[in-house]
Design a protein around this ligand. Structure first.
Ligand SMILES: [Zn+2]
Length: 196
């Protein structure tokens, strides 16, 4: 299995910052995240919004959730981990929506010894985000999982798809709608079990 969103993930980060006991660090992280973002309604369902201005390159927190060895029956909302296992996020980051011009991205850390943290994903801002703006990531789905995109940004690919696989959809009829999707596109990052 490969990472459908790997072209959008940072391949490297500095060593993970030192923290106290796991439980304390994790609680603090969740608490901090709640101070930074909130969940609210959007035209496509729930979304994640900034409570205050967020700086570019800011690590917002770890994606918390349940890890499955393989894709669950309902892969809605799931994100594939570097290990190939699948993470189903809990709120608030469960509700991150897609944009072809995202202001946030997922990444993974390397430990101080250089080993990849295989079962953890984190979220950071790409650029500064104003209070009240929605946090958006690029789902970068493989072509065989692509659905029409109606994010509405200039340069929208027309599909929720990895830019490197957009050419594979050239023969498909391009969606004509420009308004944001009204229910078809649920916020999800399906893992790609069919790509070799
Ligand atoms: Zn788009």
């Amino acid at each position: 299995m490969t990472l459908p969103q790997d072209s959008n993930l940072l391949s490297e980060r500095p060593a993970k910052p030192k923290s106290g006991s796991g439980k304390t660090a994790r609680t603090t992280g969740a608490e901090r995240l709640r101070q930074l973002v909130r969940v609210d309604e959007t035209p496509v369902g729930r979304g994640v919004f900034a409570r205050r201005k967020l700086k570019a390159g800011m690590v917002l927190g770890e994606i918390q959730g349940e890890i499955f060895p393989v894709e669950p029956e309902d892969p809605s909302y799931c994100m594939e981990l570097p290990s190939g296992r699948v993470l189903e996020p809990t709120a608030p980051l469960r509700f991150l929506n897609h944009s072809c011009d995202p202001n946030c991205e997922l990444f993974y850390w390397f430990d101080e010894d250089g080993s990849l943290q295989e079962d953890r994903l984190w979220l950071q801002t790409i650029r500064s985000i104003n209070a009240g703006d929605e946090l958006l990531i690029d789902y970068c789905w493989p072509a065989d999982a692509a659905i029409p995109c109606r994010c509405g940004v200039p340069g929208c690919r027309g599909w929720i798809v990895d830019p490197e696989e957009l050419h594979l959809l050239a023969s498909r009829e391009r969606p004509q709608t420009t308004a944001r999707d009204t229910g078809e596109s649920v916020p999800q990052l399906p893992s790609d079990s069919s790509r070799s």
